[in-house]
Design a protein around this ligand. Sequence first.
Ligand code: CDP
Length: 211
Amino acid sequence: MIIAIDGPAASGKGTLARRLAEALNLPHLDTGLLYRATARVLLDHGQSLGNEEAAVAAARSLALTDFDADLLRGRQMGEAASIVAAIPQVREALIEMQRTFARRPGGAVIDGRDIGTIICPEAEVKIFVTASPEARASRRALELKGQGEEIDYAEILEDIRRRDARDAGRSTAPLKVAEDAVVLDTTKLDIEAAFKAAREIVERRLVKSRQ
Ligand code: CDP
């Protein structure tokens, strides 16, 4: 069973995907890390994020074992990731790796922006996790504070809005709700309530597929 979780920045999709994967004993891939790692390779080599040729080479050089999530999680890397993620050839270079992961026997939980639309349109379960920009900014601020980053709520909200616009506005694989996805708005839900709601969506889907 493939469970595709998509949604905008700081919507809580990563936490939900991880919790679902644990509960269902499935492997989990956070595809944001692929774009973050691509951006990281460029920055480590002193190359510009807009250098398409270097960005494609960086994306092709990645292996799924490369990711030190702690190094990639920071605020700057999210912004950098969304710049390289808008390059169509970078996305193309990362498709196979994601599909191979998702289509392993037994299935997987995979989260990102285009999983239900482009990477795994065949996924049995698709959840689009969203929340208001203000709720997402508060969550991201808390998370970054926990990682020891200096934060300014207004700047984080600005980051989120800019990233939403870039992710939804790009020509290749823009962030959008797949036709057959269930939208889960977590603005008023804490992690436990969101997890419960996501589990119910999965269970409903499974019952339906058995009918
Ligand atoms: O956790 P957060 O939502 O802030 O970021 P992320 O999921 O790690 O993604 C970082 C950036 O990578 C996003 O803003 C997207 O531009 C890009 N991304 C994408 O284009 N496609 C994906 N499947 C995953 C991430």
